[in-house]
Design a protein around this ligand. Structure first.
Ligand code: PHE
Length: 377
């Protein structure tokens, strides 16, 4: 009797002191488990005479009931504590993306295209597009480069095999090169398509891929340009310079951008100017800003531009006596390299995840004029 009472007290004390579910389980096995002392004590009842059993049973039964209740209560308490602790440890921010965290990032070219669109939208420019598989007329002829124009040779054009000869000639490579369908060599054909589509006035930018058979550290067979076209009344070179200056100030997020317009030649603009931007070398990196002739500074070419040639307006069905405008073409990859400090253009298109992890942007880092068009999260 006393034995059971003291054993029960000891068991209840051990249960109360159990600090973990494991200790508690050990205590349960020792008492109510198959070989636990309570179970064994219960078994002894079977071999007793009715009188002995009546005397012994209540103590054992109540010990079992007390221990079982204590085990249940302690188990519930320990589980509740474990849950509390887990809840405190595992805070979840439901505004974050689902796990595993996304590994992809926005390519700098896409980011810069978004930045361009954002800045030019603020200046009233819509985004226009055109096909990358272009025809000779839009890519060259309508841009005042007829078939014999020497400027065509500078474009290192990828032509498609001529359809009629390709189908009748099985030996690929011996196919005669067609001269009609090509990969656009610049975004300028979008000028023509926009003018034909919407007439004057026009204010568009056209970012996109262009192709030339050329490859080294600063040239890849595919690269990106953004075309700009403004057609309206009384447009002059001053508007062009202001537009580019305003764009570059917003793009590079600095006020001291200085542009130099240098006389040049493009068949589709007259006069034509090449655009240089002042820069300095800081720690081996080109940093735009300042006058290119200032000490420690130089000029860097960043694009071509000019007043739209009257011949081009005529090709595109716009009356050059009533309308005029300017156009520009900038290398997107180049201005991306300048802004974000990459030095090899080829790495842009290698698809190396390490490069993307380093130079890529968070999908949440949407450029906005209020938050900054180049702010890294
Ligand atoms: N299309 C020209 C090029 O690729 C750039 C350009 C665009 C020049 C518009 C003038 C006007 O070199």
């Amino acid at each position: 009797m006393t034995d059971i009472t003291s054993q029960t007290e000891a068991a209840l004390a051990a249960i109360a002191a159990a600090a973990s579910l494991d200790t508690l389980e050990a205590e349960r096995l020792e008492t109510l488990g198959k070989k636990g002392w309570v179970s064994l004590a219960l078994k002894t009842l079977g071999g007793m005479s009715p009188d002995e059993r009546t005397a012994a049973a209540p103590a054992i039964q109540s010990a079992r009931a007390a221990i079982a209740e204590a085990l249940d209560a302690k188990k519930a308490a320990l589980e509740a504590a474990a849950l509390e602790e887990q809840l405190a440890r595992e805070t979840i921010d439901l505004t974050l993306p689902a796990l595993p965290l996304p590994k992809g990032s926005v390519h700098p070219v896409s980011q810069v295209m978004d930045e361009l669109a954002e800045i030019f939208a603020d200046l009233g420019f819509a985004v226009a597009t055109g096909p990358e598989i272009e025809d000779d007329w839009h890519n060259f002829t309508a841009l005042n480069m007829d078939e014999t124009h020497p400027a065509r040779a500078m474009h290192d054009t990828f032509y498609f095999p001529d359809k009629t000869t390709a189908s009748s000639n099985e030996a690929v490579g011996q196919q005669e090169i067609g001269k009609d369908i090509l990969l656009r060599t610049h975004t300028s054909p979008v000028q023509i398509r926009s003018m034909l589509d919407q007439g004057a006035p026009i204010r568009i930018i056209a970012p996109g891929r262009v192709y030339r058979s050329d490859s080294d550290a600063t040239h890849t067979p595919m690269f990106h340009q953004v075309e700009g076209l403004v057609i309206d009344k009384d447009i002059h070179l001053g508007h062009l310079k202001w537009t580019l200056e305003t764009f570059f100030k917003a793009f590079f997020e600095r006020e001291d951008i200085v542009l130099r317009l240098r006389p040049s030649y493009f068949p589709f603009t007259e006069p034509s100017v090449e655009v240089d931007v002042g820069y300095s070398n800081e720690g081996g990196r080109r940093v735009v800003g300042g006058h290119g002739d200032a000490p420690g500074h130089a000029w860097m070419e960043i694009g071509g531009s000019g007043m739209v040639n009257a011949r081009v307006l005529e090709f595109a069905g716009i009356d050059p006596a009533a309308w005029q405008g300017f156009a520009f073409g900038l290398g997107i990859d180049r201005i991306a390299m300048l802004k974000y400090g990459m030095n090899d253009l080829r790495a842009f298109f290698d698809g190396d995840p390490r490069w993307l992890a380093h130079y890529g942007f968070s999908p949440f880092d949407q450029p906005t004029l209020s938050a900054g068009v180049g702010a890294r999260a």
